[in-house]
Design a binder for this molecule. Structure first.
Ligand code: TC6
Length: 308
């Protein structure tokens, strides 16, 4: 059996990920849209059918902005290979996600990902690792979008050598997203049911972590049954914002941030509450059956819909 490697912050933050290319087709974009509940209530929904079908042919379908987040999920296996990062992959949870859109996503293409470790924090009971991924259209070299993914590694904290907990981030403090969910009545509320099979469908978009499909693995991770992918919940929330605030116009989304507060079980009902502050939409997702907040964050728009 291989010896357990020592947790080494310096080695972790200087790690160089390999550049990775992912190619996708219209089929992947449509499968993703179905995986985050598009058209699940109404198969001819005129705000959502465009993500899965276009009368001019599949090459004309439109792509949801959160499709960009899939290109960070693919890094899970690379995180497990980081030298000096000693953690139990079964206890990994997705903590936060930030996505910045620079161009609308084409319905198919090849994406070149350049990833770096952008943060590492010792939280005592957990280590928090941040990874930034810049995604370029392979052929043109144009930067399309950026993801910052935070993973919460339960049981991997307590590695600091001094009394001050270790904390490294490459972002200035004014770049972190500060927001407070208002106490006032939301501007809009959107309710959506996830299906009991939601995670089984969503995983076909590329995140095959058995935490979302295998009851034994879910139990080891501390859950009574497989849980929903965090990025699937985020996809539901941003769809709710596109429908309720952007009036179906997904290209209005400039950036998206979200913190996963609690797990979601497939089959639960998601209630997304939204507050409009200028061009910022503050949002919170609650699970109706347990009346608990599971996700909150901010979406920034490039303009407001004229029909608001
Ligand atoms: C990646 C691809 C793989 C995908 C997997 C999935 O989809 S899994 C499914 C999707 N994901 C899920 O279902 C996960 C849902 N979320 C959870 O279950 C819980 O929020 C938790 C277990 C992540 C943390 O709970 P807890 O009670 O252990 O935490 P606490 O409140 O005691 O705070 C301790 C410290 O950690 C900080 N911190 C706290 N939360 C976060 C966060 N989210 N993010 C970052 N940091 C966070 C907090 O600020 C504090 O630091 P401070 O301020 O002291 O310096």
């Amino acid at each position: 059996m291989a010896a357990k490697s020592e947790f080494d912050p310096q080695l972790i933050i200087s790690h160089k990920f390999p550049e990775l290319t992912y190619c996708y087709t219209e089929r992947d974009a449509a499968l993703y849209a179905l995986g985050i509940g598009a058209c699940s209530k109404d198969a001819v929904d005129n705000k959502e059918l465009k993500y899965v079908y276009h009368p001019d042919g599949q090459q004309s379908i439109e792509v949801l902005p959160t499709f960009a987040s899939l290109f960070s999920g693919g890094l899970q296996s690379e995180i497990a290979k980081i030298p000096g990062l000693d953690f139990d992959p079964r206890l990994l949870l997705h903590g936060q996600q930030y996505i910045e859109m620079y161009k609308p996503l084409p319905s198919h293409g090849c994406i070149l990902n350049k990833a770096t470790v952008s943060g590492l924090h010792d939280k005592g009971k957990a280590a928090v690792l941040e990874v930034e991924i810049l995604s370029y259209e392979k052929e043109s070299g144009v930067l399309l979008f950026m993801n910052r993914m935070t993973v919460y590694l339960r049981g991997a904290g307590g590695f600091s050598k001094s009394s001050q907990p270790y904390s490294f981030t490459k972002y200035p403090s004014n770049q972190t997203f500060a927001y407070k969910i208002p106490q006032s009545q939301p501007f809009a509320v959107f309710e959506d049911c996830t299906q009991p099979s939601q995670a089984l469908l969503y995983r076909l978009s590329g995140d095959y972590n058995p935490l979302h499909s295998d009851p034994m693995v879910a139990e080891i991770a501390g859950f009574s049954r497989p849980i929903l992918h965090g990025l699937c919940t985020l996809g539901f929330a941003v769809r709710a914002i596109i429908k309720s605030i952007c009036r179906g116009e997904q290209k209005m989304i400039k950036n998206i941030s979200g913190r996963f507060l609690l797990h979601v079980y497939p089959g639960e009902t998601l209630i997304t509450e939204m507050w409009l502050e200028g061009l910022r939409v503050l949002y919170q997702v609650k699970v109706k059956e347990r009346n608990r907040a599971v996700l909150s964050g901010v979406v920034t728009l490039d303009r407001l819909s004229s029909s608001l």
